[in-house]
Write a protein that binds this ligand. Structure first.
Ligand SMILES: Nc1ncnc2c1ncn2[C@@H]1O[C@H](COP(=O)(O)OP(=O)(O)O)[C@@H](O)[C@H]1O
Ligand SMILES: [Mg+2]
Length: 594
């Protein structure tokens, strides 16, 4: 059984490739100033906080034995200052970095979104929406955190290690060496467990992505799910994906705990060694109690950055894998795009010509072969034929949603592959079977293709297409807020709104692909008048199941077997008694039967 897309893990286990990191620097560079400032503040804050063990040492070794109250108060006050200063500085740094991180997230998302908008339909047909969302949301968050805080913390921890080492050696060289003795053990544990740990977290992230993909699919298809009463099965799938996610998470946490446990033990043993060496081997007064306390504090401060760096290193490797996925999306080729030096298509008069057009979605499987026809400006052409014959494909090629395998599509004599997509598509009106309603008011929806349309243009368009009446009947008329997808409208009403939208945008070439399929016969008869209005002065291509809709078209083309099998007016084709005649008769019979 083929696996569902949401069951296929993203490939995150990639060889570490520095080039992705280098490429990410483009986004980091913009905030270089802030990062350097934050780094400076952090370094000052770290240095200040390192002074406090020295103050403890001074208090225990000097001030307390000598009973100098004033000195103790001074030391306490200084201690407080170091704490307050380091906290304030850390706070400011956090703010600067959070802001830089958010700006960077915006930059990366903006680039991703801009590219996603250009990608062909095929890209979206091919992968679950949820996985695209995870890339745009989760991966970008993760990466930007790494690129801001991650980088700073990394540099900072290196600083910390250097500082602490200096302070440690300044207090006592022999005890410092005891602390260093734990290092080889730590490295051994890290090498043993880190790879496992990283893989475990990658698995966790994959399972998370799978679950999100399934969730997104389920939300999109909730109507189908409920109408087939599939809730129980879907809950089962969701439960399985959740269990996988939880198991991956538990495993990762277990390894994390194991690492933390080992590190804690090493730290404890080192600390015991510190006291033992200090008190037994060296002995008082050679090593004072204050020094041991200070050293114990430094030991902690020495280990923490090392542990942090090991963690950061893992996160860093993961972030590079995420970066690769992000850049992969950004690099996804855009097959249909403006050629070098593409010209603007001048205002369209409306002549459309197919010259020996051959087209295949998948190589070797031609949907159209050597198709040629010519339509004069202002003519209305109907495409009829069996499902899967290629009618939608033909109209998609006029808007150049795909590149041809052979031949040319010409508009007013201009090869459409040589003009800019914007100049081409902005002069086209395309209406599909499922008319999408965006969130916003009905008015905004009608204005979608012509943002400066005023309310008169909008209402007159709505009147023409018989939408005015039902819109006025809505709660707030034209100002009624639509749910996403316009789910409070009927399918037919959605189509009427999208007719109005198309009419307002005043296209020179009009394409209706089963655009009246959800409208009842009565409304369609009413709409027919509006439709005729709409067709006036425009070249139009109409695909409709109900042949009564297209009877009056200037030309009817019957599509079958990768090309046109019959063409002519309704009367001519009926007289011919071919495919069209049979289709028409079958429909008349059906209608009579209803
Ligand atoms: N995006 C696509 N990818 C691959 N094949 C497709 C795609 N769209 C349509 N096809 C195939 O192309 C043929 C023509 O489809 P289409 O133009 O949609 O037919 P019609 O609109 O006449 O019903 C069909 O065999 C269909 O399976
Ligand atoms: Mg179709």
């Amino acid at each position: 059984m083929a696996r569902n897309k949401y069951d296929i893990d993203e490939r995150l286990e990639t060889p570490f490739d520095f080039k992705h990191f280098k490429r990410a620097m483009v986004y980091v560079k913009k905030y270089r100033g802030r990062i350097i400032l934050a780094l400076t503040l952090s370094a000052i804050s770290a240095a200040v906080s390192l002074l406090s063990p020295l103050l403890t040492k001074e208090a225990v070794d000097v001030a307390i034995p000598e009973g100098r109250i004033d000195y103790i108060i001074l030391l306490s006050a200084l201690f407080l200052v170091t704490v307050v200063v380091s906290v304030i500085l850390a706070n400011i740094r956090q703010r600067i970095m959070t802001r830089a991180g958010q700006l960077m997230i915006y930059d990366i998302r903006k680039d991703l979104f801009a590219h996603l908008q250009e990608l062909p339909f095929q890209y979206y047909d091919d992968r679950p929406q949820g996985k695209i969302l995870v890339r745009v949301i989760n991966y970008v968050n993760n990466v930007s955190n790494m690129l801001t805080n991650g980088i700073i913390n990394f540099v900072l921890e290196i600083f910390n290690i250097i500082f602490v080492t200096i302070f440690m050696f300044a207090v006592d060289v022999r005890l410092s060496l005891v602390i260093f003795a734990g290092l080889p053990v730590f490295i051994a544990v890290t090498v043993l467990l880190k790879n496992k740990q990283r893989r475990a977290w990658q698995a966790e992230s994959n399972k998370h992505s799978n679950q999100t993909a399934y969730l997104a699919e389920s939300i999109n298809c909730i109507r189908v799910t409920q109408s087939f009463a599939r809730e129980k099965e879907n809950l089962g799938i969701f439960r399985r994906l959740s269990t996988e996610y939880r198991a991956a998470w538990m495993k990762a946490v277990k390894i994390n705990n194991l690492v933390a446990f080992s590190v804690d033990n090493i730290k404890a043993i080192v600390e015991a060694g510190l006291y033992f060496t200090g008190l037994m081997l060296i002995g008082y007064p050679s090593v004072k109690l204050g020094s041991i306390l200070a050293m114990s504090n430094y030991a902690n401060r020495f280990w923490q950055p090392i542990i942090n760096i090991a963690t950061l290193y893992n996160q860093f490797i993961n972030a590079v894998a995420y970066l690769e996925r992000i850049f992969e999306t950004m690099d996804e080729p855009v097959p249909v795009k403006d050629i070098e030096g593409a010209e603007e298509l001048p205002e369209i008069k409306g002549e459309v010509e197919f010259k020996n057009v051959t087209f295949a979605y998948e190589e070797g499987k031609n949907v159209l072969e050597n198709l040629s026809f010519k339509v004069k400006p202002g003519e209305s052409v109907a495409l009829v034929g069996p499902t899967g014959a290629g009618k939608t494909t033909i109209v998609n090629l006029i808007s150049r949603f795909y590149n041809l395998s052979g031949g040319e599509v010409l508009i007013d004599g201009h090869d459409i592959s040589k003009v800019t997509l914007h100049s081409l598509r902005s002069q086209m009106g395309i209406m599909l079977q499922d008319s999408f309603i965006f969130s916003g008011t009905i008015e905004d929806n009608i204005r979608y293709g012509k943002l400066d349309a005023n309310i008169d243009e909008i209402t007159s368009a709505a009147k023409t297409v018989c939408a005015d009446e039902f819109i006025r009947g809505l709660e707030d008329g034209y100002k009624t807020e639509m749910y996403e997808g316009g789910s409070q409208l009927s399918g037919g009403q959605r189509q009427l709104v999208s007719f109005a939208r198309t009419l307002v945008s005043d296209p020179k070439i009009l394409i209706l692909d089963e655009a009246t399929s959800s409208i009842d016969a009565k409304t369609e008869r009413l709409l027919q008048k509006g439709l005729n209005e709409m067709l006036k002065g425009r070249t139009s291509f109409i695909i409709a199941h109900r042949l009564s809709t297209i009877k009056n078209c200037d030309k009817i083309m019957f599509i079958n077997n990768k090309g046109i099998t019959e063409a002519g007016t309704h009367e001519e084709l009926l007289a011919k008694k071919g495919d069209y005649y049979h289709l028409y008769m079958a429909q008349r019979f059906e209608e009579a039967a209803v």
